[in-house]
Design a protein around this ligand. Structure first.
Ligand SMILES: [Zn+2]
Length: 416
């Protein structure tokens, strides 16, 4: 598990480009005797959000050069991730465990203060790093697969291991949530390393996370000579700026937390041309779906109004989404009790509100809508801050604890 995590860490892959990571996963679980769902079958492709065709195509070509099996690449149909299914042949519940697998756009610290550098497994891909620990998640999923194989006689029902791509930017889960792959799931357990849990701590997320929508907006105007005939132009740059100023000032919601960020604006062609193109990347968040919808709809109205003011066209693409989490109490109680049984775990605590976003929430929501139960937890590490170049997880100490909790949940829910 540790060695595999370090391999993933050495070669991180960003959202929707996790082809080599997926190859490792698919080969391992197939060797162990799991059935697999890969490619388009894993998703409702309409809801596979934030996919950038050029980035994906380049990643596929690069993967081939780096040893990707062409046949498997064809089988993946341009989609990363994998669901590994173990059928015990004995009646029992369907339990799904979720592990995300993508990296972050962060440059790793390549010096001796970084544990990955000291051990020689720091990122070989410039500008990319597993700075959120999803390398550990993926490797842990494979270790759980191995355990299932070795302990198959002790299990009943069906176990689905979801290796989800593209969690960063909350892009990947919606496609799986809207697919048919979770229809039969009775229990779903998701986890994340670090965050609010220090090394040897476990946090049970009873409720929390913010609902969020990620949007790309493009404005298209009309070019004109900026001096000689500015009146004939339609200014996309100004429409974007106007929208940005308004959106950052959306009135706050009285019923709960909100946040908004205009992350990027790029616009214009040249100093003396009325700008024709503008692109804006933004996100809104809210305490729950309703409050997030208020933020999203208000932002959309401001985008529309700004486009109208400046006489330009606009287009909004939804690039990612997540909802808030409400874990089921009884399943969370089981998780809490099991975490307390892990000998090296020193502290187990509840979290009832947190302000990040996590798209496992969409998978949980789907399972809960069908009458299934879901919960989410953190297994700790001393990380110095997620999405930073000095992020680290003390893998030899932290990962066995996360692994043991997942395994204990299977023993509780699917014991023969
Ligand atoms: Zn993460």
């Amino acid at each position: 598990m540790i060695e595999t995590r370090r391999q993933f860490h050495h070669h991180p892959e960003i959202a929707w480009t996790e082809f080599l990571t997926t190859q490792t996963i698919v080969n391992r679980v197939r060797d162990l005797g799991f059935k697999t769902v890969v490619g388009k079958a894993l998703f409702d492709t309409e809801h596979a959000l934030g996919r950038e065709p050029k980035v994906i195509e380049e990643a596929m070509q690069r993967s081939l050069k780096l040893g990707m099996n062409p046949q498997l690449l064809k089988e993946l149909e341009g989609y990363t991730g994998c669901m590994a299914i173990w059928e015990t042949g004995r009646p029992g519940p369907v339990t799904a465990l979720r592990f995300d697998i993508d990296c972050v756009n962060v440059e790793e610290n390549h010096d001796a203060t970084n544990e990955a550098n000291r051990e020689g497994f720091d990122s070989e891909c410039s500008g990319l790093m597993h700075a959120c620990g999803h390398d550990a998640h993926a490797a842990m999923g494979l270790a759980v697969a191995h355990w299932i194989h070795d302990n198959a006689d002790t299990l009943k029902g069906t176990i689905k291991l979801i290796f989800q791509p593209a969690e960063e930017g909350t892009k990947g889960a919606a496609g799986i949530a809207y697919s048919k792959n979770l229809d039969d799931v009775d229990y779903l357990v998701g986890g994340h390393i670090g965050v609010a849990a220090k090394l040897h701590e476990v946090a049970v997320i009873r409720s929390g996370f913010l609902a969020t929508t990620k949007m790309n907006v493009t404005f298209t105007g009309v070019p004109a000579h900026a001096g000689a005939a500015a009146e004939l132009g339609r200014n996309a740059l100004m429409a974007a700026c106007s929208a940005a100023m308004q959106i950052m000032g959306i009135a706050r919601h009285g019923q709960g937390d909100t946040s908004v960020n205009i992350g990027t604006i790029s616009a214009g062609e040249g100093r003396n041309v009325v700008p024709v193109h503008a692109k804006m990347e933004l996100e809104v968040r809210g305490k729950n779906n309703e409050i997030n919808r208020y933020m999203q709809e208000t932002a959309e109205r401001m985008i529309k109004g700004s486009a109208e003011s400046y006489g330009v066209q606009y287009k909004i693409d939804i690039m990612g989404m997540a909802t808030d989490i409400h874990s089921d109490e009884d399943l969370s109680d089981i998780l809490e009790a099991e975490a307390k049984e892990v000998p090296t775990v020193q502290k187990v605590f509840d979290i009832t509100s947190c302000t990040g976003s996590e798209d496992c929430s969409l998978l949980m929501q789907t399972v809960q809508k069908h009458g299934g139960k879901a919960t989410f937890f953190y297994y700790g590490c001393n990380h110095h801050g997620h999405h930073k170049g000095n992020f680290e997880i003390q893998d030899t100490e932290s990962m066995p604890e996360g692994f043991e909790i997942f395994v204990r949940m299977l023993q509780r829910l699917n014991s023969n």
